[in-house]
Ligand binder design. Structure first.
Ligand SMILES: *[C@@H]1O[C@H](CO)[C@@H](O)[C@H](O)[C@H]1NC(C)=O
Ligand SMILES: *[C@@H]1O[C@H](CO)[C@@H](O)[C@H](O)[C@H]1NC(C)=O
Ligand SMILES: *[C@@H]1O[C@H](CO)[C@@H](O)[C@H](O)[C@H]1NC(C)=O
Length: 484
């Protein structure tokens, strides 16, 4: 698979002197994050600006008074835009085109040996051969695909992809699977340093990347779910359509970020009420499942020209159905066939400049918590439904933060997330690997610096704290890692 021009351009911007860094990045010394770069990327600059505004009492997301530039009859106006707002840029047909029809990139359903998993976005990238059709990717291929097709900024796609390789994949050849277990055959020829000689589990493993209260998958330990956290649940999907008023209008922005975050809150409460072993894990729960709702609104959305030639981003029912692999028959019945996730042939990506980054994730969490403060909790049910208790933020951080301080400052929230993980990593990795050095070095180079930059935005001190997440998690009966 070749690396795309869009990716190369972004990677080039990201490196101040990229010439030496690039070839190296496919090898073990992989280090894409410009740790020495003094200058902010446009997204980092936008995040700093937003941090200052929120600290001064401003809204996390500005409410738009005037949406007349958007669709006529807009009943569900999108008020939540990414830091680099796609509607601030001119629509550019050629730049925003993605090949979805050539022999190389047309939709092909996975064969029996191809791996697919819980994330519709990754599944469809494999179905369109932007990720390898077999469902096993390298870190580099995933960064390229997510950046090229969905417009995710390189530093964020790097952090997400590296995390998958370290916790669900193989750090020696940087491969990971978008679903279940696999045998690595990459650069290192299947050499593994996972403890116990285990195969890498892929991102389907529960409570690592994949978490409870996800968009339209049931919880792994939920009674009746049969440990199936991978396949779409059609009833949950119908409820999502209902939240959108069953609106079938083509071209209408029904599934906005606003609506999807409301949906996240509903799903969270459902899990508390239905799953005695509900557990909102720090990464897979708190960060990933919340961000995932936002990802749908941002990445499944089609883009077109508004009346004034500016980009108009919208997610209507046909694009939503395709993204989730659901077919609507003529009589209105819905059918989900696993592995059918796709982008419709005429779909267009967001503007090249409107990249989506880590700061957007932090603001998404903040906004979700303003809708429902529970959404910021790490914690779970105590073995019965409706017994949720969260880890106390004050306890977790040695009194450094409480929920109120996190809600008032995006940099503080970034620091909380960053420090929580950094302090937990060595012990978690110690359980996973015989030798932790390679995994730790991959994270130190490509995961931690991204968070650190957000955590110290606007001179935020970001003092370290010893979160001891493992011990805190052990209190919750549903916190065990699951892979069938
Ligand atoms: C909203 O914007 C449109 C076009 O920019 C303008 O014509 C209209 O007067 C504005 N309406 C309000 C209420 O500000
Ligand atoms: C949406 O459609 C479902 C059937 O799939 C129906 O039960 C429900 O009442 C409808 N809701 C709205 C708001 O139209
Ligand atoms: C997406 O938008 C383009 C215009 O950019 C339009 O031509 C196309 O029909 C739309 N496709 C879908 C699947 O909504």
């Amino acid at each position: 698979m070749k690396l795309s021009p869009a990716f190369l351009a972004t990677a080039f911007l990201a490196f101040t002197s990229s010439a030496v860094a690039f070839p190296e990045y496919l090898a073990r010394g992989f280090n894409i994050y410009p740790s020495s770069a003094a200058t902010d990327t446009p997204l980092q600059a936008a995040f700093r600006k937003k941090v200052a505004e929120v600290k001064a009492g401003g809204d996390v997301f500005e409410r738009r008074a005037n949406t007349t530039r958007r669709n006529e009859n807009e009943e569900y106006p999108r008020t939540i835009f990414s830091l680099l707002n796609p509607e601030a840029f001119d629509y550019n047909e050629r730049d925003q085109y993605i090949d979805l029809t050539s022999d190389q990139h047309k939709f092909i359903a996975p064969g029996p040996r191809d791996i697919r998993g819980p994330c519709p976005g990754l599944n469809l990238l494999a179905n369109h051969n932007y990720l390898p059709r077999n469902g096993v990717t390298t870190v580099a291929q995933a960064i390229d695909a997510i950046n090229r097709v969905f417009g995710v900024e390189v530093e964020l796609s790097t952090a997400l992809s590296v995390y998958a390789a370290v916790f669900n994949g193989n750090v020696l050849d940087t491969t990971w699977s978008i679903g279940g277990p696999y045998t690595p055959t990459g650069i290192a020829g299947g050499v593994l340093d996972l403890a116990g000689g285990a195969e890498p589990q892929g991102i389907s493993a529960h409570n690592v990347y994949e978490g409870d209260a996800s968009i339209v998958r049931e919880d792994y330990y939920q009674p009746g779910a049969n440990n199936d956290n991978v396949h779409l649940n059609i009833q949950l999907f119908k409820e999502l359509l209902e939240l959108g008023g069953n609106d079938t209008t083509v071209g209408k922005d029904v599934y906005t970020s606003d609506l999807m975050l409301k949906h996240k809150s509903i799903r969270w409460e459902q899990s508390v009420q239905r799953n005695p072993l509900f557990y909102n894990s720090p990464f897979g729960g708190l960060i990933v499942t919340t961000a995932a709702e936002r990802f749908v609104a941002e990445f499944a959305a089609n883009n077109t020209a508004g009346p004034d030639g500016k980009n108009f981003i919208y997610l209507d029912e046909p694009n939503l159905l395709a993204f989730f692999g659901v077919t609507k028959h003529a009589d209105g019945t819905l059918e989900y066939k696993p592995g059918q996730e796709r982008l419709l042939p005429s779909w267009h990506r967001r503007p090249l400049a409107a990249q989506f980054g880590l700061g957007d994730i932090v603001l998404t969490l903040l906004n979700a918590a303003k809708t429902n403060p529970h959404l910021l909790s790490i914690g779970g049910n105590a073995g019965k439904v409706n017994t949720f208790t969260g880890v106390d933020v004050g306890d977790l951080t040695g009194g450094l933060y409480n929920t109120q301080t996190l809600l008032a400052d995006p940099a503080a929230l970034s620091c909380y997330l960053y420090q929580g993980f950094e302090s937990a990593l060595p012990s978690v990795l110690g359980n996973l690997y015989k030798v932790v050095d390679d995994a730790l070095s991959l994270l130190n180079k490509n995961y931690n610096p991204v968070w650190h930059k957000a955590a110290t935005a606007n001179g935020n001190p970001c003092k370290s704290y010893q979160a001891n997440l493992e011990k805190q998690s052990a209190k919750y009966p549903g916190s065990k890692v699951g892979n069938k």
